[in-house]
Write a protein that binds this ligand. Sequence first.
Ligand SMILES: *Cc1c(COP(=O)(O)O)cnc(C)c1O
Length: 361
Amino acid sequence: MNRVYNFSAGPAVLPLEVLKEAQEEMLDYRGCGMSVMEMSHRGKIYDGIIKEAEADLRDIMQIPDNYKVLFLQGGASQQFAAVPMNLTKNGKAAYIITGQWAKKAYQEAKLYTDAVAVASSADRTFCYIPDCSDLDIPEDADYVYICENNTIYGTKYWNLPNTKGHELVSDVSSCFLSEPVDVTKYGVIYGGVQKNIGPAGVVISIIREDLIRDDVLPYTPTMLKWKTQADNDSLYNTPPAYGIYICGKVFKWIKSQGGLAAMKERNVKKARLLYDYLDNNTLFKGTVDKKDRSIMNVPFVIGDKDLEAKFVKEAEANGLVSLKGHRTVGGMRASIYNAMPYEGVEALVAFMKKFEAENTK
Ligand SMILES: *Cc1c(COP(=O)(O)O)cnc(C)c1O
């Protein structure tokens, strides 16, 4: 076995312990004679798997009883439509545009409601989070929408916006379970799991019960109505069963590591190592305003396309893979999610130092 250090933004690195356990259970799940992907989602064994996954997630995030946890399909992108379909009452919503994912959500929402952009960081290619302490939010907005960690641009809200009493909806795809969270500050928290939790194909939505309604927008597909899923404990139809099983294992792994406080400590330590180097070298440069830096996605540049291509290629030859930046930003991006060990970031920084020495005069 030859595992690389995988800095992919998503699908991304998973804990080795989890993969090994899944491997051991692949052919015969705990003596039942079949794999988890071959069994009925309505059977007793799978019922135990999904219930335990939910219970562990509730425990890790300390999710209050008046919030539902839904395991859904369609990726984070499908929730871009589900959010306005389920939450629109007055026909207005406020969006904060901090990157491509927020923008896509905003454009999707416009199909269903009068979505207005109340702040944006597009003027400097989304390299910062706008001041959200006193935004001009329409009185009748049904909700305020943010993308909490901007996977492509490497920014993170370290303070939630002042929503002035409106419900906060947050896409946490790329910072899910990376740090402790106060669920009560949100109406809806959702994210695709393929960045920090599990295999692509599962999206988790955590929704306060009073926001799960029958009177959604007309023509909302049955499958996109949160109430359908909530009433059926995420088993209205066949769920992404194997993916949820892996998510459950990752929840247990997080617990065994000490929970979200421990995750944050590890993540901060890893990010600090990389940012400290970025701030104190002569070749590479971080692209994000310091106060808004993500501890999950770290974009950086050299400012010379040929040298950047050379860096990505040589890094890969050294077992440090998927460091190419997003096509809209260029340069490089290191995604250092929960499952990236400290040693992986150490190896990256050591390689960057070597590359710096070899490529500066
Ligand atoms: C990756 C990503 C998405 C899109 O996720 P899909 O599951 O591919 O739809 C949305 N939002 C954020 C913040 C992401 O990082």
